[in-house]
Write a protein that binds this ligand. Structure first.
Ligand SMILES: Cc1cc2nc3c(=O)[nH]c(=O)nc-3n(C[C@H](O)[C@H](O)[C@H](O)COP(=O)(O)O)c2cc1C
Length: 195
């Protein structure tokens, strides 16, 4: 059966390097037979706060659903439907941009502590991460993003994280898009996700 893969373009530039890498990977996954959906995070509505407001209503509820009534909550509630969820993001100030942090914090509604054990409908969902940065692997801060996702994966006992990184990306995203090696890497990452 074909895999259902969600690509979340999390960076604010919808024509940026991380968006290009995500779209290219999505193309590869689609060509490998996956059922692909792309969501552009900057277009989604959010209320009060982009992230979690710590109301704890999701923890009290029997449902795995964020209590806020906005696009972010509706997207997160759909996460368990997918075989793979790919988050694609740039590095901002040695960490992840606020937009994706907000989305990840909302997944508190999917990771509940029940009697000291984590209960989650994400157990069969493969998480994947695509990161682009202006600096390199050692000095960009990419490790901070990778570590945050890896801690999450370990805490919630999820499948091992799949990961693709592009460092030293040019300021002009059109130059990144013209890099045939980067394009091939993103495409083949998509193929791998679909298997
Ligand atoms: C506000 C801001 C902060 C940034 N901070 C970093 C950083 O800490 N480390 C780094 O390597 N690159 C940093 N960059 C560069 C971006 O990570 C890099 O250009 C990335 O490829 C942009 O992806 P995009 O084209 O998808 O927006 C920053 C860019 C912006 C706009």
């Amino acid at each position: 059966m074909s895999k259902k893969i969600l690509f979340v373009i999390a960076g604010p530039r919808l024509k940026g390097a991380s968006a290009f890498a995500a779209r290219t990977a999505a193309e590869g996954a689609g060509q490998a037979g996956a059922d692909v959906e792309i969501v552009e995070l900057p277009k989604l509505t959010h209320i009060q706060s982009m992230g979690c407001i710590s109301c704890m209503r999701c923890q009290i509820s029997r449902e795995y659903r964020c209590a806020l009534n906005d696009d972010l909550a509706r997207l997160v509630a759909r996460f368990p439907e997918f075989d793979v969820i790919v988050f694609s993001t740039p590095v901002f100030f040695f960490s992840m941009p606020a937009q994706i942090k907000g989305l990840i914090d909302r997944t508190f509604s999917l990771v509940k502590n029940v009697g000291g054990q984590v209960a989650t409908p994400l157990a069969n969902v493969q998480l994947a991460l695509i990161v682009t940065s202006g600096g390199g692997r050692e000095d960009s801060g990419v490790q901070t993003i990778y570590d945050a996702f890896r801690y999450y994966q370990e805490y919630a006992n999820l499948k091992p994280l799949k990961y693709l990184y592009f460092g030293n990306t040019p300021d002009d995203p059109a130059r990144f898009a013209a890099d045939s090696q980067a394009k091939a890497q993103a495409h083949s990452f998509g193929l791998t996700l679909a298997r």
